[in-house]
Design a protein around this ligand. Structure first.
Ligand code: SF4
Ligand code: SF4
Length: 412
């Protein structure tokens, strides 16, 4: 990954059109076209390499729900990687909900892995990785599969994200953190900026060689689990992950500068975050952009830049950020929200009378919203927001908060 300050020429990102997933040959063709500026897959994978494909296996869901990586993309990538001479191809993740096998089976990826002679990589055991360049996580516990990997390729799905606004190439590596450690990090880094810094540390440590962002059918609305599939018809491919996410954001009309992970990447000097420094090859963004893509407008966005003491941010978080609530008519009492909540004792319990969520201890990480298999968890507007209509004054508020934060950061 090149250092942003040392770039002499623009960072290439491929943007190709792909209408759907039904035709394997067309998916393979689109992938090959997208890889051309990088010397094809042979420019990334060399003979004998052990390759790990980091899929997005958030939760068991059918491919057309746009929750996980799509099996057709996984198939095309396995084939390309094998054709480039890989000696071993693993496909894995540490799902937020259920086991890797369950999630892979539901998404159709397990069948593809078996048919194509790849291996399922269930991230369960960890190894410690040191990186003194990192901002927060100089010693990170990540899946030990990285020790058996020569080339890591990430296969994110473009989705909205209730906490971060967007999820794509950079955020997909959070799945390298195994099981409950993810929830522990959510609890430890309640400030969104710090969590974003940590995610950049994870990316820097994992040394991803290539990102293939699936924006053929993305997710809009309250993603990354409870939103709606939305066709964009694009593959975004690159070796510089922040640059891939810049293009991903632009496709859905999200200002890349507002995305916490790109802000964190800029702070860390990791990759290319300035749209002016990116050369989009293939289609133009204007050709594929979806003008009315439904983005997240959570007022919790304010929290990341407010220059206030921790206790005040916690108070604001509790009183302004959206509150999780269980819709009892949908709840199947699987207890996944309860077991996955990083707060101990759990802040959510579907068996509790009245409000199932302890709004006092809940840290608004929205893991429960991600984990719920039947979308029974709603994010309701807080009383402060309802009274003052914070969302409707969001633009002016964001501008004002941005100015305050700018002054604050200049004087730090
Ligand atoms: S109840 Fe949900 S949003 Fe609140 S802390 Fe637990 S998992 Fe996070
Ligand atoms: S709210 Fe969702 S995750 Fe929680 S118990 Fe009910 S169905 Fe399961």
């Amino acid at each position: 990954m090149p250092d942003a300050s040392s770039q002499l020429k623009k960072t290439p990102v491929s943007l190709v059109a792909l209408d759907g997933y039904d035709d394997d040959a067309r998916v393979a063709q689109a992938l090959a076209a997208a890889l051309e500026p990088f010397g094809g897959m042979g420019g990334i994978v060399h003979s004998g390499d052990r390759v790990l494909l980091k899929a997005n296996l958030l939760a068991p869901a059918k491919p057309d729900e746009a929750v996980t990586s799509h099996p057709a993309i996984v198939r095309a990538v396995i084939r390309a990687v094998k054709a480039a001479g890989a000696s071993r191809v693993m496909v894995g993740d540490s799902p937020g909900v259920g086991t890797t096998r369950e999630t892979m089976r539901a998404s159709g990826i397990l069948r593809v892995v078996e048919e194509e002679g790849a291996e399922m990589a269930s991230f369960e055991r960890v190894a410690v990785f040191e990186n003194l360049e990192n901002t927060l996580g100089k010693r990170l516990e990540l899946t030990e599969h990285l020790l058996q990997t020569d080339v890591l390729i990430t296969l994110p799905k473009l989705k909205t994200h209730v906490q971060m606004g967007y999820t794509g190439a950079l955020k997909n590596q959070y799945g390298l953190v195994v099981g409950t450690r993810k929830a522990q990090y959510h609890f430890r880094f309640q400030n969104r900026d710090r969590l974003a810094d940590l995610m950049i540390d994870i990316n820097r440590t994992a040394k991803v060689k290539l990102a293939i962002l699936d924006a053929v059918v993305a997710m809009e609305g309250p993603g990354p689990h409870g939103g709606r599939p939305r066709k964009i018809g694009a593959l975004v491919v690159g070796t510089d992950l922040p640059a891939v996410d810049v293009v991903g954001c632009q496709l859905i009309g999200l200002d890349p500068q507002s995305y916490p992970l790109l802000q964190a990447a800029a702070r860390a000097g990791y990759g290319t975050t300035d749209p002016e420094c990116i050369e989009v090859i293939g289609k133009s963004i204007a050709e594929l952009r979806v003008a009315d893509f439904e983005l997240i407008k959570a007022p919790a966005n304010i929290m990341r830049i407010l220059p206030l003491p921790g206790w005040m941010l916690r108070w604001l978080r509790r009183h302004i950020a959206d509150r999780p609530h269980i819709d009892r008519s949908k709840c199947i009492r699987c207890m996944k929200c309860h077991n996955g909540c990083p707060v101990k004792p759990s802040a959510i319990d579907p068996r509790r009378e009245g409000d199932c969520v302890n709004q006092r201890t809940c840290i608004r990480c929205y893991c429960c919203h991600e984990f719920c298999p039947v979308n029974a968890i709603e994010l309701r507007r807080s009383w402060v927001e309802r009274i003052f209509h914070l969302k409707t004054i969001g633009t002016a508020g964001s501008w004002l908060v941005g100015k305050i934060a700018g002054l604050y950061h200049r004087h730090k």
